[in-house]
Design a protein around this ligand. Sequence first.
Ligand code: ADP
Ligand code: MG
Length: 386
Amino acid sequence: SYGLPQASAPPSPSKRRPGEPRIWVCVRKRPLTSAEERRKETDVVTSAGQSCVLQESRAAVDLTHYKLQHRFFFDHVFGEACSNEEVYLRTAQPLVQHMLQGGSATCFAYGQTGAGKTHTMLGCSPVGPSQSRGRGELGLYSLAVKDLFSHLSSSPALTRLTVFVSFFEIYCGQLYDLLDHRNRLFAREDGCGNVHIAGLCHKRVESVDSLLQVISRGTEHRSQGSSGVNPVSSRSHALLQIQLRGAGQSVHGRMWFVDLAGSERASDSGDPDRRSRLEGAEINQSLLALKECIRSLDQEQGHTPFRQSKLTQVLKDSFVGDSMTCMIANISPGHSSTEHTLNTLRYADRVKELKGQKGQRKGRRVKNISESPKLRTLSQNRSSGT
Ligand code: ADP
Ligand code: MG
């Protein structure tokens, strides 16, 4: 009824009809954590199908309590009960199919720190911090590799292909190889406009277990860079690349999984610490460039500003040609995260907003309950000021 696509998974470029979007944008709401439950956090997000409603409560100056509702529509919204497997089926799986056919694809996890990006991408081990929830779960990286191996072994045409992974992070505009002692890497663009990462380590994996081993070693390197109270993972983008290689090591297809830096960092401009400010500015720049680059996929003519950040430069391939792109915007349900959740929903909404379709999918405020005209003005100012 809102002119939304009825597809239940990202459309493959070969089947896409003219004008159909190339970008698949989903929201994933995680459950309240047990710590949040102990703090009596209330759940302010309602999710159903393609809609996501954020109920914002604010105590106004005159202590009149009023509420705002923001309703957004996405390709899909995953509720707190969804497993990684279900998320995989509706996001990365069609991208894996595309890679098997020789294409390139990228899957992003966006959101504030603690919203569930790493849980989605990497999963959680049964002995990890989510043990209290009682289940170990594979993440999208592993589910994709598992899927790949089952295709490679079942299809005679594919048995000669091999799987390689590389894993690195981008911190303050610099690249560090997580599979090679945080070796500093350099991205270079050749005369044909192709971007190469010189010296990047590619490891062959032959099973999901060997992938998990490679990644867990890489993740150790990631945390070694952490010095302050903030985990380094919130300040850097982690990029996992899976390559399918054919005869003579030629690349048959490739896929990126990107666990982005915590989006709240982009607005930490008031931080007194100079290093944090620089990190924040860098993250802000890269997330803005990313949004513009993804949007440009659906805007036939127009400029793709991939040179505006190291992140988008490295991912240049993802923004040209017949690539497939999917973004999972992760959100926390708790009321104390309202501001960040709203920012995440707005970001994801703008990634998806298409030229000539303005208004169709814009987040709209549905209702303002019990507010005086003065408060309404106040709330509108606040709302548009973010
Ligand atoms: P981020 O990587 O975005 O900072 P994490 O993935 O580390 O966030 O998640 C923060 C916490 O929430 C972790 O303890 C994680 O286990 C838990 N969590 C996240 N998503 C889920 C989920 N879908 N189901 C259960 N627990 C989750
Ligand atoms: Mg994380």
